[in-house]
Design a protein around this ligand. Structure first.
Ligand SMILES: Cc1cc2nc3c(=O)[nH]c(=O)nc-3n(C[C@H](O)[C@H](O)[C@H](O)COP(=O)(O)OP(=O)(O)OC[C@H]3O[C@@H](n4cnc5c(N)ncnc54)[C@H](O)[C@@H]3O)c2cc1C
Ligand code: FES
Length: 296
């Protein structure tokens, strides 16, 4: 299910932002320029800076996130879902789940919003060069991995075999399903599954980790990147380890409650690390002792 609304440039200010210009907590004035309904409860917003100079110097890596500020309501960390060459603006795919993200469902083309970022350490695309890449996602976990898929496609010759395993609860919950065919045609082995099919579904039924049985993996060559519900990531990591992919070649993106996003407040602490600054992408050799059953 997709619905799209778009518009030309909107307001140049965000009401209520009266912090000094160099304050790291200052959300920069931005506006929504396009809205796409993705799946039930999930929407993609294209957000553009009001100031073209700021837009010109904004650069990010796949896997980083922004803090989006709804004036008068609050701020939330949201992954960047677009590739740098998909501008203008930055795509954010958001599930309405609580106070701020529910309020975002009232956004319209031209609505003002605040944006600060990008933050965090992204996916290891450089380390993946010359290797096979396994991308494993569930549900909304594909949002921070979409820029990875696009980067792998843009530089396809730099990587070996690339496999995407993605799953959702039902066919209607499959994020970016309108892109799978093109990804597959351009050299990504794309395996899709759902927990429960419907009358029209002709694809695979089952959970994502079962897809490991459908592919051939060379553990020495393979680097895995995974994002999704933590239970899915835990099983994906177990499958990878069972196939002898080294812990240092297994990367996942973690979510924790965040406030400052710059390593100051401690809200997102995970052992000795701050998820906002040292993550959200971690490799399993770094975080294995915290990525265990007791944390779910
Ligand atoms: C690095 C990072 C990247 C993220 N990327 C995205 C993204 O691309 N798209 C997206 O929709 N969301 C993303 N999130 C999650 C998003 O930030 C939360 O859903 C949001 O902060 C909830 O705020 P709220 O005010 O709407 O809900 P609240 O009113 O704060 O909470 C509503 C409910 O959601 C639960 N909740 C709050 N935060 C989280 C969380 N992080 N994970 C799971 N449950 C939570 C609460 O416990 C509560 O039950 C990301 C989080 C992090 C840390
Ligand atoms: S959110 Fe403040 S330290 Fe990470």
């Amino acid at each position: 299910m997709t619905t799209t609304q778009s518009t030309s440039p909107g307001p140049r200010t965000v009401q209520g932002a009266d912090l000094p210009e160099d304050d790291p907590f200052l959300p920069r004035p931005a506006y929504v320029s396009e809205i796409r309904g993705e799946t039930p409860g999930i929407t993609t917003y294209r957000i553009e800076f009001a100031d073209p100079d700021r837009a010109a110097c904004y650069a990010y890596e796949p896997g980083q996130f922004n803090m989006l500020w709804m004036p008068g309501i609050g701020e939330v960390p949201i992954s960047i879902a677009s590739a740098p060459d998909e501008g203008p603006g930055i795509l954010h795919t958001i599930r309405a789940t609580g106070r701020v993200t529910n309020a975002m469902t009232s956004l319209k083309p031209k609505s003002p919003i605040g944006l600060r970022g990008p933050y965090g350490r992204g996916w290891p695309l450089k380390q993946a060069e010359g290797r096979d890449v396994l991308v494993v996602s569930g549900g909304l976990g594909l949002a921070p991995l979409r820029p990875v898929v696009l980067a792998l496609l843009a530089n396809r010759e730099r990587y070996g075999k690339v496999i995407l395993m993605h799953g959702a609860r039902t066919p209607k919950d499959l994020l970016y399903d309108y892109e799978y065919e093109s990804w597959s045609a351009r050299g990504i082995e794309t395996l899709i599954t759902v927990d429960r099919g419907d009358a029209a579904w002709r694809g695979r039924v089952g959970v994502v980790p079962v897809l490991f049985n459908r592919v051939t993996i060379d553990p020495k060559r393979t680097l895995m990147m995974t994002c999704g519900p933590e239970v899915l990531m835990r099983f994906a990591v177990a499958e990878a380890i069972a196939r002898e992919i080294p812990a240092g070649s297994i990367y996942y993106s973690l979510e924790r409650n965040m406030h400052c996003a710059i390593g100051l407040c401690g809200h997102c602490q995970l052992g000795p690390d701050f998820v906002c600054k040292d993550g959200p992408v971690f490799d399993h050799s770094q975080t294995a002792r915290f990525f265990s059953r007791e944390h779910f």
